[in-house]
Ligand binder design. Structure first.
Ligand code: 5GP
Length: 184
């Protein structure tokens, strides 16, 4: 199943890449796409319209397929220090490290060290209130350390319509340049 998902996602990605240079938002509704096994048409439609970037869309569709399983993600390996990352802040509850694909001069991810079911913000329950507050405060500490506390943005993508690609709750801390609004 995993390889099927991957193959189909790359196929989607290739088809989208062939449309680069066009007004993507206008082109996408005219395309017809094969649906992944077990994937709802609504999910595919949502990703097609909302995730304007081909790479983001393919990743979001693939990630959404396994999101409910609670399976370990790449962030578990980063927490375990099994794969390298550039850590900018750490305490007993959270880890903050630089995004591998930065969207701004400062782009740091802040994650809980223990997932406890928090695959995405949309799964938050009352017991998560403390860690959610801690994560937000850690984002401010990161902004201070990075010298952007006077102007920065915190983003949480939750679910496929927001192009979430890693199902371990994380805050994006972005800054170091003029950020536009509204976000895409
Ligand atoms: P999402 O799209 O789920 O909101 O954000 C996931 C983020 O994780 C992306 O910005 C992506 O660049 C980042 N990311 C994915 N894999 C890795 C990795 O192995 N290392 C680091 N540092 N960042 C990663």
């Amino acid at each position: 199943m995993a390889s099927t998902t991957l193959t189909t996602s790359f196929s989607l990605l290739r088809r989208y890449r062939s449309f680069r240079g066009h007004a993507v938002a206008k082109s996408l509704p005219n395309l017809s796409f094969a649906r992944l096994p077990g994937q709802s048409p609504a999910l595919l439609r949502s990703c097609r319209f909302i995730c304007r970037n081909a790479d983001e869309e393919a990743a979001a569709i693939a990630a959404a397929k396994v999101a409910g399983s609670g399976a370990p993600t790449i962030f578990d390996k980063i927490i375990a220090k099994e794969i390298p990352s550039t850590i900018v802040y750490e305490d007993e509850k959270v880890l903050a490290f630089r995004d591998v694909n930065p969207q701004a001069p400062v782009h740091v991810l802040v994650i809980p060290k223990i997932k406890d079911g928090l695959t995405q913000l949309g799964k938050a329950e009352p017991r998560h209130a403390e860690i959610l507050g801690h994560l937000l405060y850690a984002a401010k500490v990161v902004a201070e350390k990075e010298g952007i506390v006077d102007g920065f943005r915190v983003v949480i993508n939750s679910g496929p319509q927001a192009c979430q690609s890693v199902y371990h709750l994380h805050l994006h801390v972005l800054g170091g340049r003029q950020l536009k609004w509204p976000a895409g």
